[in-house]
Ligand binder design. Sequence first.
Ligand SMILES: [Ca+2]
Ligand SMILES: [Ca+2]
Ligand SMILES: [Ca+2]
Length: 275
Amino acid sequence: MPACLIVSQFSSLRQKGIMLRVGAVFLLFLVVSLGASLEPRYRSEFTYDEQLLEKMIRMEAEMDKWETRMNEQLGQLTSLREHIDHLMKTEDSCLKLIQEAFLESRNNLTALQSRTDGLAQQLTEKMKKGSVSYYTTCKDGWIPCKGSCYLFSAVGTAFTDAEQYCRQHENSHLVHVDDACENEFLKDRMRLFKEFHWWVGIKDEDKEGVWKWFDTDEVATFTDFKPGDGGDHNTEDCAMFYPIYGYQWADCSCSSDRGVLCEARGHEEASVIGC
Ligand SMILES: [Ca+2]
Ligand SMILES: [Ca+2]
Ligand SMILES: [Ca+2]
């Protein structure tokens, strides 16, 4: 190869190398320029994505918390429902027991009513045949007679104090003589004691000669005044059993000291002879 040709080729290669270097520098410049102009946008998008991701993570955590809380509430509701079901079953059982007890009581009551009706019928029949007797029971110290109990206290005291004494004993009252039978019974009892004057629970302080029972304030339909007493004696508004007149009654001053004779309602029972 001639020397001029070799020099020509060498020169051509050198030009190509220079061209390549210039192209590379231009390309680098272009890349750098483009990179410089795009970098803030990429950074902004990256920051935005990062914030969004953090937000989503926080929301997911919140949702996890809510889900946990919802599950707890659901569990409590389920327990409550089971408890209510249990209570309803228990209440049903209780109601059933009460209903059974009520029915049993009603049946017992019906049976008792039938038995009572039967006994009442028997008693009525026995009474018609005269085979029933009644007796009265009283507390110790009291004397029974036909539904009443009597207490004799031979300590002389005024009428008002005597009535107070009776009220303090079995909530009784000074004797209320209903009829001649009761009157004779009391007189017979008085004759067993030493002679004494006993109060009768009767007064005529509102109107002379109109005697009213002190316990009921009713006008007396039965009295047993001795001749000359029980009339218009305005200083004698109370009455007593008077021993020298066979325990007939006499009016006297209410402030006199007389024995206390109390009457209380007794416990009366029937006895059917032959049963
Ligand atoms: Ca009486
Ligand atoms: Ca009088
Ligand atoms: Ca008198």
